[in-house]
Write a protein that binds this ligand. Structure first.
Ligand SMILES: *[C@@H]1O[C@H](CO)[C@@H](O)[C@H](O)[C@H]1NC(C)=O
Ligand SMILES: *[C@@H]1O[C@H](CO)[C@@H](O)[C@H](O)[C@H]1NC(C)=O
Ligand SMILES: *[C@@H]1O[C@H](CO)[C@@H](O)[C@H](O)[C@H]1NC(C)=O
Length: 981
């Protein structure tokens, strides 16, 4: 079964040969044509007996049960040679060919199968049947004359037997796509050494098709010695190591695919006029680890029809010589690291039907000559920097069914000519600057439409027409389209799977008819960032979309109680509304839930106890800023996936449940602003991923003594104990020894977040989300909410407790610290000079303690320090001068009667004041908070859609954008600075 255009056998040649033989031996043939041997006939009949006919066993269109015609005919022995699929040698009468592909065969086959008595076989084709997870029998070695063997798509499993490498005459070998019928997993395994001996022994191979076999090995160099090789298919084999570059020199090679071998390294060689395979017409290295530049000589492969280099690490310019590949019908260069190039070279490739150039760093205008590509069916230019208008010549692309221009800088109005495409099924224009109107009635076949973030107006004439004239949408994304009312045509949609109306101006009540729209099919509903006040009724209500998996209603003005999600919910966010009432224990039936954000509402009551362990899939549990009281759920399963728990700003009480220890994935635990009453939870130190532990404003108390068992907070970097009742010394060495904050590489670009690693499959759309960690911490003496946190931030805040003793020298080891606040305690002793080692420190607050001695000169090394407060202590001596110290106000130092020198009014008597540095030498230090609220954070939601492209049986990826999510500031809480008691 290979690729569509690769004939399995040269049938005409065989027939012609037979014909000549028939004439030459006509007299003999007339007497005894096709003399079928009894033994072989009974072998075939017994094989027929041993197997079932089952229509579901074959998938291809022309399948039929060939063996049904096999009948034992009494008295004549020539019958078997004329049976369907059986070919005999006309002189010897031996069966030499058996072609049973797509024959509805179902059942096991093993080494004693009578098939293996047909020892004269030269050709065997059993493809596209269901052999019920049989091993490939070792008695395959009984066929030493075999030249052709096709066992593809036939549900064989287990190890490929080494006996295959004895079939040294094989020129065609196809074992590909033996997959589990339900899971799609690869069933066959080929040991690396068997692979090697196959390639070494089967020197006549012309076609070697091993796709979707788990090989997990390197590709032997000796493949490049198979001088007659025309077709090499090795996709999805788990191959790794270096791709043998000499394979590109095989003179007869026509088809090469190694796609989806993610650890296969390689590059493209120079294709010199003399040495390159002249008839190479198909190359796919999609989703491997190829890199390097594309050689300009790639343009010499003039026969190339299919070129897929997508999802690799190629870099450099896309060579203009690609314009010479005029036979190309399929081109994908998506998702590489190319440097900026224009689209001009494409316009010569007039035979293209598929063009994927997603994320290829294209820039400039779309040339008008793009309209030359009249055969295009799929066009994807997602996420480039293409600008200017969509050319009018797009009207020539009349075959286009899939058009994605999302995330570019296209402007101007949509050309009217685009609506000539009655066949358009997918139109993605998200995140451009387009304006004008889109009349859906002119695109009746449309099933997927994305217009987010443009100035486009959707013309809704549905009131005037028969509902059957409307497109039947599956995917509709109209985020940030300035929509003020629910579009009327939604009333008639019965098959919507994905609906995004977020970030619009919808207000008031969700219309009643929405509750009847696509109730069976809807999987994803986003109405977030609108002004909706009523969703359904005000009382507890079950949502009508019974298969809904993602519901995003955050940032509205919704009143009433929590809508009860259907059982398959995965993602439920209704934060930042005005909901009241309790969390129903029925939430605990949502065993697939992975994301639950109910924060910033007016919910109350006790938390259902089951909330800690109802779903092993739960990653995010955010209940912050409501009015919950009572205790935390006490039981957490040891299969928990929880990464974020935020219960801050409630009235929760009691001790922390020690079974939180089971949440070994936990990265962030935010307990702040509650009424918890417990000693320091050292046992949380066993959580290997914990990065954020925020406990501020609670009733935690007691001395933080040496822990009983070794429990290290290995990854902790935001640690906030402020506003509690801790006493005794603060022992950072018990908490931070072994901590990664000690050797820290700044990494400003990354934010801490919980994300779905591979994305959730919602219908045909892969939905992935990042949930940024957010936290309120003290900054410049003011509490501030940060909706995103840089990955390299280090914070220790123990302010407003009753800690005594000295500031530990140890703190100077925590090089990643950016904020250190020990203010408002009863600390004594001197300021440790080791603090001068914290070169990343941006804020240092030691105020309101009983510190004494002089300010260490080493603190002048803190060149990032923007906030410094040592007020209200008993410090003495002269204030260091120069660098950052020139920028601090006298409030930083006040309340220390013994301190003198600038900026305090008190002069130091005889002190030798160091000459201040002139302002110009302050290194241009930027005193802004490097991670201060950067306006709005934005979390990009990217979805991948699997669209049916009927090229072989494979489904190709077509990427689409779900929308850019603007995550607004969730809550800004300012508390008065100072301590409450
Ligand atoms: C195949 O032969 C082995 C012994 O040679 C026997 O144990 C097994 O049952 C046979 N299988 C079938 C299906 O006949
Ligand atoms: C290679 O083929 C020869 C026969 O042509 C056979 O004797 C030998 O065992 C084969 N080698 C392997 C490793 O199968
Ligand atoms: C390659 O094919 C040619 C032509 O069919 C044939 O003569 C030759 O023997 C083949 N080479 C190998 C190694 O089988």
């Amino acid at each position: 079964m290979g690729l569509p255009n690769t004939p399995m056998l040269s049938k005409p040649a065989v027939l012609l040969l037979l014909h000549l033989l028939v004439i030459a031996n006509s007299v003999y043939s007339l007497q005894q044509p096709f003399n079928c041997h009894d033994q072989e006939r009974s072998a075939l009949l017994e094989f027929k007996q041993s197997i079932f006919i089952d229509k579901s066993a074959s998938g291809s269109y022309g399948a039929y049960p060939k063996v049904l015609s096999w009948k034992p005919a009494e008295g004549t022995n020539k019958a078997c040679c004329s049976w369907d699929g059986v070919e005999c040698d006309e002189q010897t009468g031996h069966v030499i060919g058996l072609d049973l592909n797509s024959s509805f065969l179902y059942g096991s086959i093993n080494s004693n199968s009578t098939l293996f008595r047909l020892t004269h076989l030269q050709r065997l084709n059993l493809a596209d049947n269901h052999f019920n997870y049989s091993r490939i029998p070792t008695s395959i070695r009984n066929f030493p004359r075999l030249t052709y063997l096709d066992l593809s798509y036939s549900v064989f499993s287990g190890k490929v037997p080494s006996e295959l490498s004895q079939l040294s005459k094989l020129s065609f070998l196809d074992l590909s796509h033996n997959l589990d019928t339900s899971s799609g997993k690869r069933l066959l395994k080929l040991d690396g050494f068997v692979f090697r001996s196959l390639v070494q022994n089967l020197t006549s191979l012309e076609k070697l098709h091993l796709s979707s076999i788990n090989i997990s090995s390197t590709i032997p160099d000796s493949v490049a010695n198979l001088s007659n090789l025309t077709s090499l298919l090795l996709s999805d084999c788990g191959l790794f190591g270096q791709f043998p570059i000499r394979i590109f020199e095989l003179q007869n090679l026509k088809v090469l695919t190694v796609k989806s071998n993610h650890d296969l390294f390689g590059y493209l060689p120079e294709f010199n006029e003399s040495s390159h395979p002249k008839s190479l017409n198909y190359i796919s290295v999609n989703a491997c680890n190829f890199s390097g530049m594309l050689p300009s000589s790639l343009g010499n492969l003039s026969q190339l029809k299919h070129l897929d280099l997508s999802d690799n690490m190629f870099h450099g310019l896309i060579p203009a010589s690609l314009a010479n590949l005029t036979q190309l019908t399929w081109l994908s260069l998506s998702n590489n690291n190319f440097t900026s190039s224009s689209l001009l070279w494409v316009c010569k490739l007039t035979k293209l039907t598929v063009l994927y150039l997603e994320r290829t760093n294209l820039s400039g205008y779309i040339p008008s000559s793009f309209g030359n590509l009249k055969h295009l069916i799929f066009l994807n230019l997602l996420d480039n920097e293409v600008k200017g208008p969509i050319p009018f010549s797009f009207g020539n692309l009349t075959r286009l069914t899939h058009l994605c221009l999302a995330i570019n800088q296209l402007s101007g109005s949509i050309p009217e000519s685009l609506f000539n495409h009655m066949d358009l099924e997918v139109l993605y224009l998200q995140e451009n600057d387009l304006h004008g109107t889109i009349d859906i009635l002119k695109l009746p076949r449309l099933t997927r439409l994305g217009l987010d973030g443009n100035k486009l107006v959707l013309l809704d004439e549905s009131r005037r027409v028969n509902a059957t004239a409307l497109p039947k949408f599956k995917f509709l994304s109209l985020r940030s389209c300035n929509i003020k009312e629910f579009p009327n045509f939604l009333r008639y949609q019965r098959s919507l799977e994905f609906l995004n109306l977020g970030g619009n101006k919808l207000e008031g009540q969700v219309p009643k008819w929405m509750w009847n729209t696509s109730t069976e099919s809807l999987l994803f509903l986003d109405l977030s960032y609108n002004f909706l006040s009523v969703f359904g009724q005000l009382t507890v209500v079950a949502l009508p979309w019974r298969n809904l998996q993602v519901l995003r209603l955050q940032f509205n003005m919704l009143q009433g109680s929590l809508p009860m999600p259907p059982p398959n919910m995965i993602y439920y966010s209704i934060s930042d509304n005005k909901l009241i009432g309790e969390i129903s224990p029925l939430f605990c039936n949502l065993s697939t839930l992975s994301f639950l954000d109910l924060s910033n509402n007016k919910l109350s009551g006790m938390l259902p106890q089951c909330l800690g362990n109802f779903s092993d899939n739960l990653l995010v549990l955010d209940l912050g800023n409501n009015s919950f009281h009572g205790i935390l759920p006490q039981t957490y399963s040891n299969t928990s996936s929880l990464r974020t728990i935020d219960v801050s700003y409630n009235q929760l009480q009691g001790k922390l449940p020690e079974s939180l220890e089971n949440c070994v994935m936990l990265e962030s635990l935010v307990l702040s602003n509650n009424e918890f009453n417990d000693v320091f939870p050292f046992w949380l130190g066993t959580l290997p991923e914990l990065q954020i532990l925020a406990m501020r404003y609670n009733g935690f108390y007691g001395v933080i003594g040496k822990p009983h068992k070794s429990s290290r907070f290995l990854k902790l970097r935001i640690f906030d104990l402020s506003y509690n009742n801790f006493t005794g010394e603060f022992p950072p060495e018990y908490i931070f020894s072994g901590n990664t904050m000690k050797e820290f590489t700044p990494n400003e670009a990354q934010y801490m977040e919980t994300n779905t690693d591979s994305g959730l499959l919602v219908g045909e759309t892969v939905f992935s989300y990042g949930y940024p960690f957010s936290i309120t911490i003290t900054n410049k003496g003011v509490d501030r909410y940060y909706e995103k946190i840089q990955q390299d931030i280090g914070v220790i805040d123990i302010s407003c407790n009753k800690f005594e003793g000295k500031i530990p020298e140890f703190i100077g080891n925590l090089k990643g610290l950016r904020f250190l606040n020990v203010s408002n305690n009863i600390l004594t002793g001197t300021i440790p000079s080791s603090l001068g080692k914290l070169t990343l420190l941006e804020a240092l607050d030691l105020s309101n303690n009983r510190l004494s001695g002089e300010i260490p000169q080493q603190l002048k090394q803190l060149t990032s320090l923007a906030y410094f407060n040592i007020s209200h202590n008993n410090l003495t001596g002269s204030i260091p001068q120069g660098r950052q110290f020139n920028t601090f106000e006298n409030t930083s130092f006040e309340g220390n009667p013994g301190l003198c020198g600038e900026p305090l009014p008190k002069k130091c008597g005889d002190a030798k004041t160091p000459t201040p540095l002139p302002p110009s030498s302050i290194d241009g230090v930027d005193f802004d908070w490097k991670f201060a609220l950067a306006g709005f954070g934005s979390g990009l939601l990217v979805g991948v859609v699997l669209a049916d492209i009927t090229i072989t049986r494979k489904r190709e990826l077509f990427l689409e954008i779900v929308g850019v999510l603007i995550r607004l500031i969730k809550r800004i809480k300012r508390e008065r600075s100072g301590c409450r008691n």
